[in-house]
Design a protein. Structure first.
Length: 178
């Protein structure tokens, strides 16, 4: 049995009070941006999310398969969000965890990325399966509440389920001749 080493409720209490007084303080802008990489390598890039993460083209479309592709990162974001939400909810509820396992899979037809006519572009289905073993809940009532709450408050899960407006813009500039 593993008891949370952090009192999440106490940690969040002043944050909750601040957001109660000032709801605008809870509006956060998350940012990811390109990190400098070798532009002569079309198969790899890096993204800065506070930590630089390397990514690359999937082997199914000509990549080397040596680093996670962007689809892997999307699924990893869901797995990470689901697990951290579950852990925080368990800590808040005083539920001791024996184990947590989150597995996320996504269906992708690589032909769309290779411009095959009528092939879908993007991941067409995502499955997230979470297995949790809790200590001392013989009837499963607290565990059921834990799972419902973890599903309800997982930001990435709910973003994917509900969809979100995505704006995309491109600026094309021509380099000055030297």
């Amino acid at each position: 049995m593993v008891r949370s080493s952090v009192d999440v409720r106490a940690l969040q209490q002043p944050i909750r009070e601040r957001y109660q007084r000032d709801p605008a303080a809870a509006q956060i802008v998350l940012t990811a941006r390109s990190a400098a990489t070798d532009l002569s390598d079309p198969l790899h890039c890096s993204v800065d999310i506070g930590t630089v993460v390397r990514s690359g083209a999937h082997a199914a479309v000509g990549g080397k398969g040596d680093v996670p592709c962007s689809g892997d990162l999307l699924l990893a974001a869901l797995a990470a969000c689901q697990e951290i939400t579950l852990r925080m909810v368990a800590a808040n509820m005083g539920i001791d965890l024996e184990s947590v396992n989150v597995e996320v899979t996504g269906d992708w037809d690589a032909r769309g990325t290779l411009a095959f006519k009528d092939a879908p572009i993007g991941i067409t289905k995502v499955r997230c399966h979470t297995t949790v073993v809790v200590a001392g809940d013989e009837r499963g009532e607290r565990a059921d509440r834990l799972l419902r709450s973890a599903e309800k408050y997982c930001v990435v899960l709910n973003t994917l389920r509900a969809g979100v407006a995505v704006e995309s813009s491109f600026d094309l500039r021509v380099a000055e001749s030297h």
